[in-house]
Design a protein around this ligand. Structure first.
Ligand SMILES: Nc1nc2c(c(=O)[nH]1)N[C@H]1C(S)=C(S)[C@@H](COP(=O)(O)O)O[C@H]1N2
Ligand SMILES: [Mo]
Length: 310
């Protein structure tokens, strides 16, 4: 993929536009008509009906992201962003090959879940070989295996007002000073690109390892401020898309730490930064305010588009 110079404008009518986008622009008229109709309104408000609507709408070949033959798998899937979370809790789990890991599913659900990797591997699985496009301008093709997010949501049961799926990740990106004036006026990234990422925030673990030191532990060092961890969010359209999976394997092997072990999101047809790694909690919400800086993701809070359609 060539460097992405024009990122689509935020979609104002999130649900519908996202669905329409997956079908191609020509479907917009139909979608708009559906939304305008009383049935459409009702369907879009009620979670279950909306899910059905979305499934019907999306289960057409045109709506799937391209999948590739094994012969096209990249020999190396470049890790990016955090490649080794510095957080103590994460490191402890990683040291035990994630034995004891539990994915928490909560928020607007009927039955909160705590799922081990064995639980997740026992659920129906999907394997897909897709191309990952980072906003920085590089791509890689990987073969992902995981549980469809829809399966996990089915177990948890959505409450009718659930609209977004928020992925809380284990990796601290930076520390925020509490009570600081900068909270009132967050620094805006003039030209949002990965190059603007502050040095050191990118890979605290290897930086400190290179220096022969223990990685910082957010929990221990209150003086550093509150840890700001990576997070992402998607709407129900993408959550129920058949290619939206919580991946635990990459190219037939357990996901390496650098690529997001033990569990990372694959939400195909969106850019790299939506593919949350190190997922530890999935929260169903009605809106995105009150989470991070309220824009739906760590990079979104720093100027990136929330709907990062490819
Ligand atoms: N938790 C977490 N998820 C993340 C990131 C990160 O820094 N932390 N980086 C994002 C970005 S910008 C990209 S391109 C992909 C990189 O995934 P990879 O390391 O498997 O290549 O992960 C995304 N998900
Ligand atoms: Mo990225």
């Amino acid at each position: 993929m060539t460097p992405r110079l024009h990122i689509p404008r935020p979609h104002r009518r999130g649900f519908l536009t996202a669905a329409a986008g997956l079908l191609g622009v020509s479907a917009l008229g139909g979608c708009d008509r559906f939304a305008a109709s009383p049935t459409g309104q009702r369907a879009l408000r009620a979670g279950e009906d909306a899910n059905l609507f979305v499934q019907r709408l999306l289960l057409t070949p045109a709506s799937l992201a391209k999948e590739f033959p094994d012969s096209e798998i990249s020999p190396w899937f470049k890790p990016n962003g955090t490649i080794e979370p510095p957080d103590r809790a994460y490191k402890a789990l990683a040291a035990k090959s994630f034995d004891g890991f539990k994915l928490r599913v909560d928020g607007l659900v009927e039955r909160p879940q705590d799922l081990s990797l064995a639980d997740l591997r026992a659920l129906p699985a999907r394997t897909q070989t897709t191309r990952h496009d980072c906003v920085e301008g590089w791509s890689a093709i990987g073969k992902w295996t995981g549980v469809p997010l829809a399966e996990v949501l089915k177990r948890a049961g959505l409450k009718p007002n659930a609209r977004y799926v928020v992925f809380h990740c284990a990796d601290t990106m930076e520390y925020a000073m509490s009570g600081g004036e900068d909270e009132a006026e967050p620094e805006k990234t003039a030209n949002p690109s990965m190059e603007t990422r502050p040095e050191g925030a990118e890979n605290q673990a290897s930086d400190s390892q290179a220096a022969g030191a223990e990685a910082p532990n957010a929990e221990d060092e209150a003086s550093q401020g509150t840890p700001v961890r990576y997070y992402e969010s998607i709407d129900l359209t993408d959550a129920y898309h058949p290619q939206t999976i919580l991946a635990y394997d990459l190219n037939g092997k357990a996901l390496p730490v650098s690529n997001g072990a033990p569990l990372r999101l694959r939400v195909e047809r969106q850019l790299g930064y939506k593919q949350a790694k190190y997922i530890q909690r999935i929260e169903l919400t009605e809106g995105l305010t009150g989470i991070g800086d309220g824009k739906g993701g760590y990079w979104e809070d720093r100027g990136y588009e929330w709907y990062a359609g490819i």
